[in-house]
Design a protein around this ligand. Structure first.
Ligand code: SF4
Length: 193
């Protein structure tokens, strides 16, 4: 029996459709299996929410912990900023937490020294506070006279503060308040530099 061109095309379309449906079913089954495997991986684990530290988008994260160790970080589907999605940097965040190269202790290199020393956090905080106080005391301008008129300015010319893109609104507010309290006039943000 001869096959007309029209019947051949019809038959081809039916076969292609059947193959497509089978492939679709296969993909769906695989997707379901992947989903179940992912669910099992974090089932019953302690979890908490946080914000990605990298950039000002501020994507929401869910962090899963097992026996005190972070075992999974993923986008928070309930977060209004990212709805669960993450960029490649955010998706690789677990490598920041679990990384042998990550510095977790204070490293200090004294002036003119060629080596790093390990110091405690208390030591570091006290030293930073001391240097800030010294800098402020040595560079504080209480009053300034312009065109014969004297103004109270309370300006600290020995310090500057630079905000980072990962700071959220509340952190920016506190940092701004702190800088003003220290008399800092040079208050900038990374995004403007
Ligand atoms: S996941 Fe990417 S886009 Fe979102 S805050 Fe982190 S670095 Fe920014």
């Amino acid at each position: 029996m001869g096959v007309s061109r029209r019947n051949f095309l019809k038959g081809s379309a039916i076969v292609a459709g059947a193959v497509g449906v089978a492939a679709l079913n296969g993909n769906q089954a695989q997707a379901e299996a992947d989903f179940e495997a992912a669910e099992l991986r974090i089932k019953g684990l302690q979890h908490t929410t946080t914000i990605c530290p990298y950039c000002a988008v501020g994507c929401g994260l869910i962090v899963h912990v097992k026996n005190g160790k972070v075992v999974n970080i993923e986008g928070d589907v309930e977060h209004p900023i990212n709805n669960g999605s993450l960029c490649s940097k955010g998706a690789a965040l677990i490598q920041v937490v679990n990384n042998d190269l990550r510095l977790t202790k204070v490293q200090y290199r004294a002036p003119k020294s060629d080596k790093w020393e390990e110091k405690s956090w208390d030591w570091a905080i006290e030293r930073i506070a001391k240097l800030m106080k010294e800098s402020r005391d040595n560079n504080f301008i209480k009053q300034e006279t312009i065109k014969g008129k004297t103004y109270t300015v309370n300006r600290n010319e020995g310090m500057a503060v630079v905000g980072g893109a990962a700071l959220d609104s509340e952190e920016c507010y506190l940092l701004g308040k702190f800088a003003r309290a220290m008399g800092v006039g040079y208050l900038e943000h990374q995004a403007r530099i």
